[in-house]
Design a protein around this ligand. Sequence first.
Ligand SMILES: [Zn+2]
Length: 295
Amino acid sequence: MPELPEVQTVVDDLNKKIKGSKILGVFYCDNKKAFKGITFEKFKKEIKNRKIIDIKRRAKYILINLTGSKVLIFHLKMTGHLLVVSSKQVSSKYIEKGRWVGNNLPKELLDPRNQFIHLVLELSGDKILAFSDVRKFGVIRLENSDYLSSLEAKLGPEPLDPKFDLNQFKKVLDGTNGKIKAVLMDQSRIAGIGNIYGDEILFLAGVRPDRRVKSLKKEEVEKIFKSIRPVLEKAIKYRGSSESDYRDTSGKKGDYQNHSFVYRREKNACGKCGGTIKKIKIGQRSAHYCTECQK
Ligand SMILES: [Zn+2]
């Protein structure tokens, strides 16, 4: 599932590519169930002719601010991603049964992961914005801007916010004795961290993912706090992780999976100590850690 670094990469790309564009209308949609809080028919009418003011991220949500105090919201969930394509590069039909059509397709669009298109918006400047989603768990909303305050109420602080300090992180851990990995992934406690970067942060901190919050020493809490920012920034630098479905807005893979410490490296040697990386289950999710480096 795309986490903070993947969503941030998409948001940065979108600001470069489609900020200021006008949405001319919906060109294609074959999954009306992706729309929540609005019917597809109403969405189609309401989205037309609105201009894109800017694109922001909150937790794992992509927030596309539009004129007329509306916000177009995407949550990518398991396998969703957004693609921006020049309409000149695809045929006049663009899409047939969710697949790109055209003789002159950019090679990235031929990647099977980019061939599950469920929504295409036509934009000014010969551009199109497409939503690809193999598993179809992704959610699309069109809300009034004041919806953002109700979203805000459900989410913990942003770990890359300059104001996010050790005291705020201690509050994240307050009143729970859950396993630290699960707590880091709880969006109502801290925003944007999921399975991949939860494992990576805890490796850098030297703390086992199944440790109970109340068993953590003061120094360990500090180490975890100090590991959050470097891991997320490193992942943004590599444009996210694509060991499975995630692709950027050009349809290209991120590169973090080639630089990870422990995530999906079970049975391999730890890059730091040479010990063996182990995979365990925490709740329904997997966790990876080094049996030597993490206590
Ligand atoms: Zn190790």
